[in-house]
Design a protein around this ligand. Structure first.
Ligand SMILES: [Zn+2]
Length: 244
């Protein structure tokens, strides 16, 4: 975990100026209620591959036999989904969405787009409550919102000035940057339930795009609000991946 810090710090220096103009809105990881900054020991993910493996790495007690291999960094180029799907809602403001996956990741952009569309078209997601239509567009079309799934290093770079520490995801301007580690490995609060964790991840970051800020657990035993940072844990709440 400590080693991962060197990457975002170095990039913060290099990429500070060009990123500034894209960050009018408040990105995810900046608005953190907790005083702990970017190291976030609460986001505990089993990491068995880092840029510089150390001898004391523990054997991983993973439940799944073969966790996907996720490169720490990638080329910064994208495979853009060709999957297109219009909303079946008749009215509301249209938001054109495209999905991109960083090259070298073991994720197919079309599959990710299908999954994201299924999530955002669900009645429990934002369309109904915000009176929106999410139209998924294929590559070559312009979009209002881009959902990127990227390596940890590229996510960190695209999220600046927010610090995602190689672990977290963010929304920055009209781009949602999902860390591939989270897309493929999930987070503790959701255990092995990747379907629901991905629902949370997409809905939460798109919630930022729609202007929603963070919320806390209202009371023990209640559903965690979607805009709670559930990747870091849900406290005494129960994980819940929808805004409605
Ligand atoms: Zn957030």
């Amino acid at each position: 975990m400590v080693l991962a810090l060197t990457v975002p710090v170095a990039m913060a220096v290099r990429a500070a100026t060009p990123q500034d103009q894209a960050t009018i809105a408040i990105p995810d990881a900046v608005v953190e209620p907790t005083p702990t900054p970017s190291v976030t020991p609460t986001v505990e993910v089993e990491e068995d591959e880092g840029p510089e493996p150390t001898p004391e790495q523990r054997p991983d007690p993973k439940k799944k036999a073969e966790p996907p291999r996720i490169p720490e960094r990638g080329p910064g180029t994208w495979q853009t989904s060709r999957f297109a799907a219009e909303s079946d809602r008749g009215d509301g403001r249209t938001v054109r969405v495209r999905v991109r996956v960083e090259k070298t990741l073991p994720i197919k952009a079309d599959d990710a787009a299908k999954e994201a569309a299924k999530i955002l078209h669900d009645d429990r997601s934002w369309q109904r409550s915000e009176n929106l239509r999410f139209d998924f567009v294929g590559s070559g079309d312009s979009a209002d919102l881009t959902i990127n799934i990227a390596t940890p290093a590229t996510t960190d770079k695209n999220c600046l000035p927010a610090r995602t520490g190689g672990e977290l995801s963010c929304r920055n301007g009209n781009e949602v940057n999902l860390n591939a580690k989270r897309w493929l490995l999930g987070a503790r609060a959701y255990g092995d339930d990747m379907e629901n964790y991905r629902r949370y991840l997409v809905n939460h970051e798109v919630g930022h795009f729609l202007g929603h800020g963070h919320e806390g657990c209202p009371a023990a035993g209640e559903r965690a609000p979607l805009m709670m940072q559930q990747t870091k844990g849900v406290g005494k709440c129960k994980p819940y991946p929808w805004p409605n």
